[in-house]
Design a protein. Sequence first.
Length: 277
Amino acid sequence: MPTLSISQRGALLSVLMLVIGLLFWEAAIPEQQLATEMTEYERLMGGGAPRAAIPPPSDIMAKAWEELSDPFYDAGPNDKGIGIQIGYSLYRVLSGYFLAAMVAIPLGFLIGMSPVAYKALNPYIQVLRPISPLAWMPLALFIIRDSEASAIFVIFICSIWPMLLNTAFGVAGVRQDWVNVARTHELGPFKTAFQVILPAAAPTIVTGMRISIGIAWLVIVAAEMLVGGTGIGYYVWNEWNNLDLTSVIFSILMIGIVGMMLDAAFGALQRVVAYAE
């Protein structure tokens, strides 16, 4: 009988844990729904307000089938398919993310290659980096006066720091022997940067990009709850206002799946640029 690999055993254990967890969840729901009966005060007052209850996994799977069977329907401003909502969120995330990359990577090269630039810019980085991205939202809304552009700006702010710091660290950590060889072959600064330093620092740079895309996807959900209109964050908040917890849990799962796919894409890129010294 063939022995299962570690990956196969891990996958089987993961599936088993999921099935057991879902069965416990499904079995626990009837007991929980008993707690939603009216209190004595509500009975005296002639009834209570309707309460939301945690839905069982079967209801969430039914909701997932309903939404994913037609993910791109558009029935008005407050009734769009989950595919359209995720599309709006991805557009904002990728717009702010690539703007941040265009600034962070060249600036990180400068900081990593120039001790003077590092000393000059590091105080500003250390002051601005700990500020929560959402703290910039009121200022962005006041100055830009556009919710779409403000959300992209918030993604730009939260994405720039991991890329900037990892690029600077990766460039500064390139082995001096390799740079000396480039000088021996009389390569200019730009050729040295692109042919020696960039390939050597690429794994560290991509690690920063991978961290940034995860942070950006986290932040866009909260940002869209504030600005409203469209996006997966707005979808979650709108369904919560409707007390539709089935849709809320479904959207949370979709946020996790999309985030996992984004991380997997950068994980694959990380493996492409990795090298053995």
